[in-house]
Ligand binder design. Structure first.
Ligand SMILES: [Zn+2]
Ligand SMILES: [Zn+2]
Length: 128
């Protein structure tokens, strides 16, 4: 029997989150995503774990030192990497090629059209 989990809103824009199916995210399954800004949550072996990881939120202050990106909202990992959505043409978000991702849980930040905007979008956090 499937345990029903209420998904938290997107940590970056406050949008409603949903489970991603193949139509939403052809590369991977078992993630939660935000249709508004294309945030993808941590990758997990199944939807139940993906939901638990998505709902887990940590305080994400700017990392000490010279880093400008905040820690990951899901796992507090401080190392983030720039990604490039090779297709960049998800329905309704054509041209939003770039995002910042967590190197630990592989959670992805909002997709934006300009590479210089990824960290700003990643750092944008809404209050619980
Ligand atoms: Zn969002
Ligand atoms: Zn993470």
């Amino acid at each position: 029997m499937q345990t029903e989990i209420v998904l938290e809103d997107c940590p970056h824009c406050g949008g409603d989150a949903k489970f991603a199916g193949l139509a939403d995210w052809p590369y991977l399954s078992n993630i939660v995503f935000c249709p508004s800004c294309l945030v993808k949550g941590p990758q997990a072996p199944n939807y139940h774990l993906a939901a638990l990881m998505w709902n887990k939120r940590v305080e994400a202050e700017p990392v000490a030192g010279d880093a400008v990106a905040k820690a990951c909202p899901y796992c507090a990992e401080e190392v983030v990497v720039e990604g490039n959505n090779g297709r960049g043409n998800e329905p309704g978000h054509e041209g939003t090629l770039y995002f910042t991702a967590c190197s630990s849980c592989l959670g992805r930040g909002p997709h934006v059209p300009d590479k210089d905007m990824t960290v700003e979008a990643w750092n944008r956090r809404v209050d619980g």
